[in-house]
Write a protein that binds this ligand. Structure first.
Ligand SMILES: Cc1cc2nc3c(=O)[nH]c(=O)nc-3n(C[C@H](O)[C@H](O)[C@H](O)COP(=O)(O)OP(=O)(O)OC[C@H]3O[C@@H](n4cnc5c(N)ncnc54)[C@H](O)[C@@H]3O)c2cc1C
Length: 496
């Protein structure tokens, strides 16, 4: 059943449910459907409406107090039914085996589970994301891209919008009670203070319901998962799962650094290597390169500016400006000297996605000076980047420049600010790491099963559990882990 919490008769939610899942994005929806399919009775709670609403969006407000700018706290997240899948781009890939190894570049332990274990449910995750036949194995290097690079593999989901794909199934479901406009504002521990006994749901009119369940999964995305646990401090003053001060730490993104422009010297490179969409296949550093140079993973794509489209009200003006300036050689040279964002259609620019290492100082906190409409401190981000991160960024740029020049294909005109590290690191809206998975509770928040250390029936779902962020988009991996979590909960309750 799918209902607006505002229309639910007070006191009519009859717990205890087998499972309460909070959040209807890819992570939460996947766990809920997996448990319901095995016969479990699920309460699925969504704080937003079926579409965007101003009152829900306001709950996601926050500010960054870190030394590195981050302008995407609100724009990277959708607080509504189906979560951020409402505007994700659908690019899917899997981590490298090396991403699961303990590497010297990390100050903290890496993944406590293996690549094979993480992707045990890959086929199911691919079906959920509507890419059942996608071939995601890395390809060997080609004559155009070899040496320190190999070719990455990815697939494009349609992209799957979870709120659209599963709405009818939830409406018809006898096992899932899904409520929207149902904000999860707290969890209650039982009288011994050991297990979670109930969830506190608050409506936009301030009405509260407390509902019991046997197991609880929080799936709000990596920023909000941490804010929620830190604010759930009515019975444990430090927040839930935060006995080692790890909740919110190691917030990771994927950097999106614009290295500069590619000036072509051999046109065959573009005609033979560039694909129909005007992009080169994704270049990734080889494992040997990463290990030898002590750098992280990532993707570099060279994109034909002919494919670049302008959007918005000013698009026709910007198109016309580009056509005029690019058509007059001396004018073009003069303008481009001062404005590196102007690309002419015969040029190529560079898109990157670069691994950020887990760093305790890059973290989610809560704002002592500002509260949301439910009285909870708002999100405070402290975004930080390390020397190790810059080393990875610089190495990727340097190796690309060497590859292009060495083959006499092109030259890389490096953007100002890259070498003195004053350039912005950009973002991909890939929030990860704030409730990281670890064997030892001192190094993380959840164990191998995504269960919060020290609380036997509280689980976290989503990329917040990633101990490291790898060098590819995260959603396929987090959906694989969500299927695995659903299976774990079914086995625990004897539902298999
Ligand atoms: C523009 C954009 C493009 C992207 N492109 C890609 C891509 O190409 N490939 C890729 O892999 N990833 C991409 N991503 C990232 C992808 O969207 C996320 O990885 C994914 O949505 C995370 O899923 P989730 O379920 O963990 O969190 P979300 O999708 O954010 O879902 C969280 C849910 O929790 C709900 N919620 C929050 N707080 C509460 C509360 N207190 N009570 C109840 N409910 C609550 C929210 O409303 C939401 O429904 C992109 C993101 C953006 C913004």
């Amino acid at each position: 059943m799918l209902r607006d919490f505002g229309t639910v008769e007070p006191g009519s939610l009859s717990g205890p449910y087998d499972l309460c899942v909070a959040g209807t994005g890819p992570a939460g929806m996947t766990v809920a459907l997996k448990v319901a399919a095995a016969g479990g009775r699920v309460l699925l709670l969504e704080g937003g409406g079926l579409g965007p609403t101003p009152e829900s969006r306001a709950v996601y407000e926050g500010r960054n107090v870190g030394t590195v700018p981050y302008g995407h706290i609100e724009t990277c997240r959708l607080r509504q039914f189906g979560g951020t899948s409402g505007h994700w781009a659908g690019r899917c890939a899997i981590f490298d085996r090396v991403d699961f190894e303990q590497r010297d570049i990390f100050d903290l332990p890496g993944w406590p589970i293996s690549y094979d274990e993480t992707y045990r449910h890959l086929d199911e995750a691919k079906s959920i994301l509507d890419i059942p036949d996608a071939e995601l194995t890395l390809e060997p290097a080609t004559p155009w891209a070899e040496g320190p690079f190999r070719i990455g593999a990815y697939a494009m989901s349609p992209p799957t919008r979870f709120g659209v794909k599963y709405k009818a199934e939830l409406e018809a479901s006898g096992n899932i009670d899904c409520l929207y406009n149902a904000n999860v504002t707290d969890l209650r521990l039982d009288e011994n203070g050991e297990r979670i006994s109930a969830v506190v749901i608050t409506g936009y009119d301030g009405r509260e319901e407390i509902v019991e369940a046997a197991e609880f999964v929080i799936a709000f995305g990596a920023m909000e998962n941490a804010r929620f646990l830190l604010n759930a401090n009515t019975q444990r003053t430090e927040g839930l799962g935060n006995q080692n001060d790890m909740v919110g730490r190691t917030f990771m993104e994927h950097f999106n650094v614009d290295f500069g422009k590619v000036l072509t010297t051999d046109e065959r490179f573009w005609s033979e290597f560039v694909e129909e969409d005007g992009r080169t296949p994704p270049l990734m550093p080889t494992v040997a390169k990463m290990q030898d140079a002590d750098i992280g993973n990532g993707i570099i794509t060279m994109i034909s500016a002919a494919q670049q489209r302008y959007y918005g009200r000013l698009a026709p003006y910007r198109e016309a400006r580009r056509a005029i300036i690019c058509g007059v050689k001396p004018l073009r040279a003069r303008v481009q000297e001062n404005d590196s964002s102007l690309t002419c259609k015969d040029e190529y620019f560079i898109g990157t996605l670069t691994e950020q290492v887990p760093n305790r100082e890059s973290r989610i906190l809560v704002d002592p000076d500002d509260r949301d409409q439910f009285g909870k401190p708002k999100l405070l981000l402290q975004y930080e980047v390390t020397d190790q991160d810059w080393k990875t960024i610089e190495s990727h740029a340097f190796e690309l420049g060497k590859l292009l020049a060495g083959k006499d294909i092109a030259r890389l005109r490096v953007r100002e600010g890259l070498l003195d590290r004053t350039i912005g690191v950009g973002a991909h809206c890939h929030h990860m790491g704030t409730t990281r998975m670890s064997d030892d509770a001192k190094d993380g928040v959840v164990d191998k099963d995504c269960r919060v250390h020290g609380i036997p029936n509280l689980y976290m779902a989503g990329a917040s559990v990633f101990p490291t962020g790898g060098g590819v988009n995260p959603t396929l991996t987090l959906v694989s882990l969500a299927v695995r979590l659903g299976e774990h909960l079914n086995a625990k309750a004897g539902r298999l």
